[in-house]
Design a protein around this ligand. Structure first.
Ligand code: ADP
Length: 393
């Protein structure tokens, strides 16, 4: 076919395409009613959707008869008055009741035509299928409800966890606090017994006496550490100001002077920054980690302390040349009562690093241990906000 003849065939087809065809095959439903809502004209699309024939509706049924009971009420109380008052109604969500009883969600837009005197003549109603849209809205609603439910459950679980945590801390505090006094008395009397009767009874009695005294000392250490753990961040009501890391390290090393000398330890230190942390907390971090480096040494301890900047934060590193930690246990050591080396060579309660974690967590920082394994030394790192950081917690 030549280009000229194609063009004339298109023109012909266009001419044949009547307005009626366009009306009936439109992708939306068209419906006209008189002023009382009686259907006077309806297109094929809407007939197909509802399952009725032209003969069953045109000139016989009113538009509200295609609606649900709720839709009928809505038509009388809102739709018709709106049309009368404003001459138009836009995007009204309704359900059509089809011939087989099924419902079809639709969106309706209507305009009213009036005569020269302003009296209503015709209502022209355009009906858009809203099945997909309604399903999508329902799915969205469901998803929202589910998300709200999960969020509410999370909030509840969080509250319960906080409460349980607070109760546990209160219990640990009261228990350790109330245990202190009777323990002190047991300690005094077991020491007196030992002093007075050691070597005066038989060998077994001597052994019993020293077991009692040793266990009492251990128990006292546990109770003291447990109290320190529960109190670790209770002191934080004070305002947090910047402290000089170097000065706090001086204090920690002074407190540990005896232990350093006894172990023959060597300390190497790089300058430390100003940190936004309570002095007592930083002191505790240095003290606990350096005391461990001296304790878990295996050979003459060599401890290096340094810091690197990470944006507004500082990473403090305390490296030792001690017995090391197998990497798979590096996280465990921060748990309460977790001890990797439980032999009598290394006395302890397993609370020191848990205190460190609690302190660092409080400032929103991180604490971790790095080691290549047994015998290869360990590095304990923690991050704290630098003095320039404006937000204090
Ligand atoms: P404690 O020293 O009282 O046992 P900590 O909480 O301070 O309790 O430490 C927990 C455990 O972590 C220790 O028992 C030890 O096994 C391990 N650990 C801590 N510091 C070091 C270190 N510098 N080198 C090797 N192991 C360590």
């Amino acid at each position: 076919m030549s280009p000229g003849s194609t063009a004339s065939a298109i023109d012909k087809a266009l001419l044949e395409e009547s307005a009626d065809e366009l009306y009936h095959q439109a992708p939306c439903g068209y419906l006209s009613t008189d002023a009382d809502g009686l259907i006077v004209k309806i297109n094929q699309t809407l007939l197909t959707w509802t399952g009725y024939s032209q003969a069953e509706l045109a000139g016989i049924a009113r538009f509200p008869s295609l609606l649900t009971p709720g839709g009928k009420i809505y038509y009388d109380t809102h739709f018709a008055p709106l049309l009368r008052m404003h001459g138009a109604a836009n995007e009204i969500a309704l359900d059509l009741v089809c011939k087989d009883g099924q419902r079809r969600p639709v969106l309706i837009t209507a305009v009213q035509r009036t005569d020269t005197e302003g009296r209503p003549l015709l209502n022209r109603i355009t009906v858009f299928d809203a099945t997909q849209r309604r399903r999508y809205e329902q799915e969205l609603l469901l998803a929202r409800r589910r998300a709200e439910q999960v969020a509410a459950e999370l909030v509840k679980a969080n509250q319960e966890l906080r409460r349980a945590n607070a109760d546990l801390e209160q219990f640990a505090y009261s228990a350790s606090h109330d245990l202190k006094e009777p323990l002190r008395v047991i300690g005094i009397y077991s020491e007196l017994l030992q002093r007075k009767y050691q070597g005066k009874l038989d060998a077994q009695a001597d052994e019993y006496l020293s077991f009692t005294a040793e266990s009492t000392r251990r128990m006292q250490a546990l109770v003291d550490d447990l109290l320190a753990y529960t109190q670790a961040v209770h002191l934080t009501l004070q305002e947090v100001t910047a402290v000089a890391g170097d000065r706090v390290l001086d204090d920690a090393l002074f407190i540990l002077k005896g232990a350093i000398e006894e172990a023959g330890g060597r300390i190497e230190r790089a300058p430390l920054p100003q940190l936004r942390v309570q002095e007592v907390h930083l002191l505790q971090l240095f003290q606990n980690i350096i005391a461990n480096a001296l304790k878990y040494c295996g050979k003459t301890p060599f401890i290096r302390i340094s810091a690197e900047q990470e944006g507004d934060w500082w990473r403090v590193r305390i490296q030792d040349n001690g017995i090391g930690i197998e990497p798979e246990y590096a996280e465990q050591v921060f748990g309460l009562f977790k001890r990797l080396h439980n032999s009598p060579t290394y006395s302890g309660t397993g609370i020191g690093l848990a205190i460190c974690r609690k302190i660092v967590d409080h400032y929103g920082g991180r604490i971790w241990a790095e080691s290549e394994g047994t015998g290869k030394g360990s590095t304990f790192c923690f991050t704290l906000p630098g003095a320039e950081q404006s937000t204090s917690r």
